[in-house]
Design a protein around this ligand. Structure first.
Ligand code: SAM
Length: 291
């Protein structure tokens, strides 16, 4: 049984659920024709995760912290049998609706990921791939409990695939000043909650097209994130018994305009100006459960 020390985290996660419910409503309000886009073969995925996940035909895939399931359903289109988990009611309702409207099959659970993983030893299912990406790990209070739960749910030979924003790049704020720490599991409270970054990122986060949607969004619910360094993340993965297979860093960010002077490339990447020092803004990691 995976041991859980989440009781004291429940309240923070609950508050994050409310913040994400409000933000997800705002985010989706800017995304045009999502169902039609996916139904007609569109994909919200970036090349990095597609390559790292490999051939998905007939594979079972668990997408953790999947938000409204656009990536999850894009993975279903690549042949995977997909299951998505997210704490936000709004996100999971949208994911189920998109699955119905697109005919792309997917099972979606609304749950705190720690509650979901706690049940793992009793689940009949094990997964060939477990995937999380782009702003997921920063919501986790306890990396060790998370990675042990992930290992439990992987099939022998199965892979964990993470594509994430880099803790170093995420330290920077306007004018490239260091604004937050890069490791230590420090809790960061944002009184104004999860923001409407989708409105600011335009087509990069909304490949189906954009519309004005909600204007002047203000989130009434604060949010709580945690700063994890790459060393802490890799250590938690190794200590869970998984074998590290790859670790890459990238000098750009997919989708999210982390800094105001980043420029969007035609392939939806946010590139820093060339006269700035090179920083990693993203990393990817794959790890295998061997037995
Ligand atoms: C930035 S989004 C991840 C986006 C995702 N990669 C996608 O495919 O759209 C972060 C997600 O984490 C979810 N989340 C935050 N804390 C969580 C928790 N404790 N358990 C499950 N989901 C959580 C939020 O509801 C939100 O949908």
């Amino acid at each position: 049984m995976v041991s859980m020390s989440f009781a004291s985290h429940r309240d923070l996660h609950e508050r994050n659920r409310r913040s994400w419910n409000a933000a997800t409503r705002a985010h989706n309000s800017h995304k045009l024709n999502q169902a039609e886009f996916l139904r007609c073969g569109g994909s919200t995925l970036f090349p990095e995760e597609v390559e790292l996940l490999g051939n998905l035909e007939g594979k079972s895939l668990l997408h953790l912290l999947c938000n409204s399931g656009q990536d999850t359903l894009s993975l279903a289109r690549l042949g995977a049998r997909v299951t998505g988990v997210d704490i936000s009611d709004e996100a999971i309702d949208t994911a189920r609706q998109l699955s119905l409207e697109t005919g792309l099959p997917g099972t979606f659970h609304r749950a705190d990921v720690y509650d979901f993983l706690r049940g793992a030893p009793e689940f009949p299912d094990r997964y060939d791939r477990i995937f999380l990406s782009y702003g997921a790990l920063c919501w986790l209070r306890d990396l060790g409990t998370f990675t042990r739960g992930v290992r439990e749910l992987l099939s022998p030979g199965g892979h964990l695939v993470i594509v994430e924003f880099h803790p170093v790049g995420c330290c920077l704020g306007e004018d490239w000043r260091v604004e937050i720490g890069a490791f230590g599991g420090i809790r960061l409270e944002t009184p104004e909650g999860v923001g409407d970054y989708v409105a600011e990122s335009g087509k990069a986060l909304s490949p189906s097209g954009t519309r004005e949607g909600l204007r002047g969004f203000s989130n009434p619910h604060p949010s709580f994130e945690f700063t994890w360094g790459l060393g802490e993340i890799v250590t938690a993965i190794l200590e869970s018994g998984l074998t590290l297979r790859s670790l890459m860093e990238y000098p750009y960010a997919n989708g999210w305009k982390i800094l105001p002077d980043m420029q969007e490339s035609p392939d939806r990447r946010m590139l820093p100006p060339e006269d700035r020092p090179r920083f990693p803004f993203m990393y990817s990691l794959t790890a295998e459960r061997q037995s």
